[in-house]
Design a protein around this ligand. Structure first.
Ligand code: AMO
Length: 442
């Protein structure tokens, strides 16, 4: 006899989110024992389920097992009565009746994970990630991160973007600079993708609007609170644009949609982490040169680098803009051509500047974007001016050669965005398993 699977699966236990509907009933539920707090004559047992921590009560009168049978971090299936309880923040509690222990930990975790906060260094928090992530607040960070990408996906799909998946092993760097990982590839040299830049542009010629949410790799040699060696890049690219302002408009609408999505579906985590969502009404726009001068004037600072921001200047600019407009975001436009990659379109009125922008949020750059060169000749000329080996980019230039619409797009660093949203100083806090110069594990 061949068994055929038809995809039907019944939940064997009650889902935690539906518990309220079962008040007065006896149910079965599974999860991990998060915390046991013995009181006089009874005990609070906190059950960690996929998303909630559910309060259970153990009492000798009702339970048909000994409290000693329960151990923190055991995985269990519990039978319990759902009882209304005003003092519980959910409005109910589970009165334990029986337990089936599915597994027990070999040892107790070396780090206490079941307090409000995991009270340890960042180093330890990351070293013990598989367990520290079980902490209610730690895991809430990544639930919110899920909400961000869900919100983005929903918005982009509704706006006719096609989701794509592009290679991460590539023949050439897209972003320039020294921060590229080289790898051996069957006797040839290859690289880990710094961004999906080339491929998302190519796909504009196919689908007009595309997006990708995927890892990218940067061989940053410095340990800073905002750099990772692998991060998740949210990229979109759109064709038939009139100017790069359309990209900024789309990002503004996307961020607004994300905040609405989080508010609608992620309140438990937002409350748990006391997150104050920013208002995305209007985002102010300022040119790079003006921004540099404004910060210098307001804070009596000397401008040391006319081509780039110092991290401190980004912070100060955000402060000024928030005071002036109430917005915690600011678009900075027209970055110097010298500092932008070869694919960036130069401004018609001043070729020293590009039709590009960064988005700063709460003191940090979270996005870079802009209009790209779509003319084959123009792109070729710019590459030659930069003394690039054009032959190396033949497959990239194919799209220009055979015709492309005016287009542009952006890349947003998911971890940077999440960490700013949650008010975290270090981007590693918003990375499940960070990769930095000293960290390859866990
Ligand atoms: P850029 O190199 O500026 O642009 O990167 C885009 C965004 O990615 C994030 N980011 C990082 N996050 C963590 N660690 C890093 N090492 C790191 N480097 C960058 C930042 C940054 O704003 N192809 C262009 C985007 C485009 O024009 O479409 C690009 O990759 O949030």
């Amino acid at each position: 006899m061949i068994k055929l699977l038809n995809g039907e699966r019944k939940e064997a236990t009650v889902l935690p989110e539906n518990l309220k509907e079962h008040i007065g009933e006896q149910i079965q539920i599974h999860g991990s024992i998060y915390k046991i707090r013995k009181m006089r004559g009874f005990a609070f047992v906190l059950l960690r389920t996929a998303r909630q921590v559910v309060q259970c009560i153990y009492s000798e009168e009702q339970a048909k097992f000994l409290l000693e049978e329960l151990q923190e971090e055991s995985c269990v299936k519990l039978s319990a009565e759902v009882a209304a309880e005003e003092r519980s923040h959910t409005g109910y509690e589970l009165r334990l009746i029986s337990v089936e222990v599915l597994s027990k930990p070999e040892e107790a975790s070396p780090i206490v994970i079941n307090n409000k906060l995991v009270d340890t260094s960042l180093e330890n928090l990351l070293n013990y990630r598989p367990v520290t992530l079980r902490n209610e607040k730690e895991r809430a960070i990544f639930k919110i991160q899920e909400g961000i990408t869900f919100g983005i996906r929903k918005f982009l799909q509704e706006n006719r973007f096609t989701e794509i998946h592009t290679p991460k092993i590539v023949y050439s760097g897209a972003e320039g600079g020294a921060n590229i990982f080289r790898i051996g590839y069957f006797g040839k040299e290859a690289y880990l993708a710094q961004s999906p830049q080339f491929y998302k542009q190519m796909m504009v010629g196919v689908y007009e609007r595309v997006f990708e949410i995927a890892p990218v790799f940067r061989a940053e040699k410095h340990d800073t609170s905002r750099h990772l060696n692998e991060y998740t890049s949210v990229d979109f690219e759109m064709g038939y644009i009139d100017s790069f302002e359309e990209i900024m408009q789309t990002e503004t609408a996307m961020l607004r949609a994300v905040m609405e999505y989080l508010e609608a579906y992620y309140t438990p985590e937002l409350e748990l982490l006391s997150v104050k969502l920013p208002k995305v009404a209007g985002i102010p726009v300022i040119r790079f040169v003006e921004a540099k001068e404004l910060v210098a004037k307001e804070y009596h600072r000397e401008i040391k680098d006319y081509e780039d921001f110092e991290p401190e200047e980004e912070k100060l600019l955000c402060e000024i803009m928030e005071n002036k407009t109430g917005s915690e975001f600011v678009f900075v436009t027209h970055y110097p051509s010298k500092k932008r990659p070869f694919y960036a379109m130069e401004s018609a009125e001043n070729p020293e500047e590009t039709e590009s922008f960064d988005l700063l949020f709460r003191g940090l750059e979270i996005t870079t974007g802009g209009q790209r060169i779509h003319s084959y000749r123009e792109q070729l000329e710019k590459m030659k001016r930069r003394e690039m080996n054009v032959e190396l980019f033949e497959s990239y230039l194919m799209m220009h050669k055979y015709g492309m619409p005016p287009h542009g797009g952006l890349g947003l660093g998911l971890e940077r965005f999440t960490s700013r949203l949650l008010g975290q100083e270090n981007v590693r806090r918003a990375t499940l398993f960070p990769r930095d110069t000293g960290r390859l594990e866990p």
